[in-house]
Design a protein around this ligand. Structure first.
Ligand code: 6PG
Length: 241
């Protein structure tokens, strides 16, 4: 596990963009699972506005780690956020974009998307393998849309599951642990003081850390990188950051 700490959100976005360019430049067909949330939004803006010409968008295939069960033009949609902040600004082929269709019946869509991953992604150990999974982390330690109250979904035998937001009751389709941990690389993008407590508990594996889905992110390749700003990393000891 690698922990990278930068002064602020924009610096996290800039450094992650450079990291993504370096990672994706080495091969044809780079499959990424994207995250929703405020930190990825800034990353997408920086990537599109400062680094768009450094990426061969023909090689980039966009998937989502989770999606709210809403229409693609709904303000809540992670796909819409990505269109507004990235896809609308770069020259990525339409056929390289594989959104989770939140407007579909959630159960049917979880099944459909899980089958799509089986069909479209290279296999590793018999399971679909992403080149990179980007994750955020909620203040409650959730990641993708696996929340603490439904942590059993992490170990689902399926590629995708239907999850329910603990406060709003909003239904979501989410990748499960078997897919996230089968990725070549997983990158957490976590910023803001509200995350500092969970970042410390999870990275230091403090008592009760396994209650938080983000603590179960452990790619078999061991290639797990945390991109943090100083605020989110403030409780980590200096040796870790
Ligand atoms: O659909 C979502 O909301 C995200 O996938 C979710 O897992 C997000 O990454 C966390 O809630 C962190 O969000 P922030 O970066 O906005 O704190």
């Amino acid at each position: 596990m690698e922990i990278k700490v930068y002064q602020n959100k924009v610096k996290v976005a800039e450094e992650f963009s450079k990291y993504l360019i370096e990672k994706s430049g080495t091969q044809k067909a780079f499959h990424i699972a994207l995250s929703g949330g405020s930190t990825p939004k800034i990353v997408f803006d920086v990537l599109a506005e400062e680094f768009a010409n450094d990426v061969d968008w023909n090689n980039i295939h966009l998937y989502w780690g989770d999606e709210r069960c809403v229409a693609p033009d709904d303000a809540e949609s992670n796909y819409k956020m990505t269109v507004d902040h990235l896809i609308s600004k770069v020259d990525i082929p339409e056929q390289n974009i594989h959104r989770i269709k939140g407007e579909n019946n959630p159960k049917d869509e979880a099944q459909r998307y899980g089958e799509l991953l089986d069909k479209e992604l290279p296999k590793e150990l018999g399971l679909p393998q992403f080149d990179l999974v980007i994750l955020g982390m909620g203040d409650d330690g959730h990641t993708a849309s696996i929340f603490p109250h439904e942590i059993n979904l992490w170990v689902s035998p399926d590629n995708c599951e239907v999850a329910i937001h603990p406060e709003s009751g909003q239904r979501r389709v989410s990748l499960t642990g078997r897919i996230i941990n089968n990725a070549k690389t997983v990158a957490f993008l976590v910023t803001g003081e509200s995350k500092a407590e969970k970042v410390k508990i999870i990275i230091d594996r403090e008592e009760g850390y396994l209650e938080y889905p983000a603590s179960h992110v452990a790619p078999k390749t061991k290639d797990l990188v945390w991109f943090l700003d100083a605020a989110a990393a403030k409780l980590l000891t200096s040796s870790q950051s």
